[in-house]
Design a protein around this ligand. Structure first.
Ligand code: PLP
Length: 380
């Protein structure tokens, strides 16, 4: 049986160029980047090189990149780090954030912080006007993701960031899914904080970064050392940072051509799925979407049944968020979009990436047809 991986938004397979760079670095060996001797200096130079390369892809300066243990940690650092700086101030986020932001905001709410959730329309887009009345409250943070991990809907970043800037409010965006897929530049969009994760781009898992614009007050989550300008104490993962830098540069270099190629494959996938299931719903179908993400729903179907049946056909997809897999209820994203439960319960996400081929997409279309035929035969 074939094995077709269409779950890049959960985690992209490690790119060979990344693996080669990481293996070469591990084999060469170095010390602790904080050590004064030659081994330490070698590690420090490698870490600084990775920092400069990642900063270059974003239009940031290297001192604005804080390495973390992934996107979740970067999001938590932004949310809790700002809440500590502005005690008593409210916190605002969109209703469709990844749990890494949403649960952090909820935890603040449980500790008495006022929290506000920006609504989205039926295509999962934040309406900029809903932010305006909250800005005079001087929130510690407004957090709206650059693009949604379930539907791929891209948010109106420039408008949101500019309104916050004009009101002197700190704006954070979780760009974990958007980075390397759509143009993400901090020299063009005035975000104060921005979260990244390496493994969505074919870099190593457990490696990420928070962009912290110069002059943005932030408190660390952890204590214990001066690494990462005191914002992320702990000995740095130099090999991971290097792998992240290689993945970020590759994704940035290939972004435009890959966006065209992947959007073409995604459109073919949607058309192929619809051919055997005409009532298929493409979630956020009218929004600007990431080129590699396609979340579809088969009304009346069970998400878990579809996922397992596709898995038996060798096709790996997910519900929308790896964290949501296994949960039988509609996701918070669908709730916020007003998607009816009988549609939301049958939603699955296909996501494509650097090694996805047209042939794999055709295979997935055929597998889908077989799966829905089997499900209809059982239901009949
Ligand atoms: N934010 C978004 C939008 C994501 O999609 C994910 C991962 O699925 C994360 C944050 C968490 O990133 P990580 O897996 O690096 O912790």
């Amino acid at each position: 049986m074939r094995s077709v991986y269409l779950d890049y938004a959960a985690s992209a397979p490690l790119r060979p160029e990344v693996r080669d760079a990481m293996v070469a670095h591990l084999e060469a060996g170095d010390g602790n980047p904080s050590s004064a001797h030659a081994w330490g200096r070698r590690a420090r130079a490698a870490l600084q090189g990775a920092r400069e390369r990642i900063a270059g892809t974003l239009g940031a300066s290297p001192a604005e990149i804080v390495f973390t243990r992934g996107g979740t940690e970067a999001d938590n650092l932004a949310v809790f780090g700002r809440a500590v700086v502005c005690p008593g101030a409210p916190v605002v986020c969109s209703a469709v954030e990844h749990p890494a932001v949403l649960d952090a905001v909820r935890a603040l709410g449980e500790r008495g912080v006022a929290t506000h959730h920006l609504p989205v329309n039926g295509d999962g887009e934040t309406e900029v006007a809903t932010l305006q009345p909250l800005l005079p409250l001087k929130p510690a943070l407004v957090s709206v993701m650059w693009a949604n991990n379930e539907t791929g809907a891209v948010q109106p970043m420039a408008a949101l960031a500019e309104r916050c800037l004009a009101s002197g409010v700190c704006f954070h965006t979780d760009a974990v899914q958007a980075f390397g897929r759509v143009p993400v530049r901090v020299d063009e969009t005035p975000v104060a904080l921005l979260s990244l994760s390496a493994h969505k781009l074919g870099g190593p898992r457990g490696v990420g970064a928070l962009f912290v614009r110069r002059g943005t007050p932030l408190e660390p989550l952890l204590r214990g050392g001066g690494q990462e300008r005191g914002l992320r104490p702990g000995t740095e993962d130099v090999t991971g940072a290097l792998g992240f830098a290689v993945a970020a540069e590759l994704a940035t270099r290939e972004r435009e051509t890959e966006a065209i190629r992947l959007a073409g494959l995604r459109d073919r996938l949607e058309a192929g799925l619809r051919a055997s299931t005409p009532d298929l719903v493409v979630l956020a179908g009218a929004a600007e979407r990431l080129p590699h993400v396609c979340q579809v729903a088969l009304p009346g179907a069970e998400r878990e049944v579809l996922l397992l049946a596709l898995d038996l056909e060798g096709v790996a997809v997910s519900a929308g968020s790896a964290c949501a897999t296994g949960a039988a209820r509609p996701s918070h994203v669908h709730r916020a979009m007003g998607v009816p439960d009988e549609v939301a319960n049958g939603a699955i996400r296909f996501s494509l990436g650097h090694s996805t081929t047209a042939d794999e997409v055709e295979y997935a279309i055929t597998a889908w047809r077989r799966v829905v035929e089997r499900i209809s035969a059982v239901a009949a």
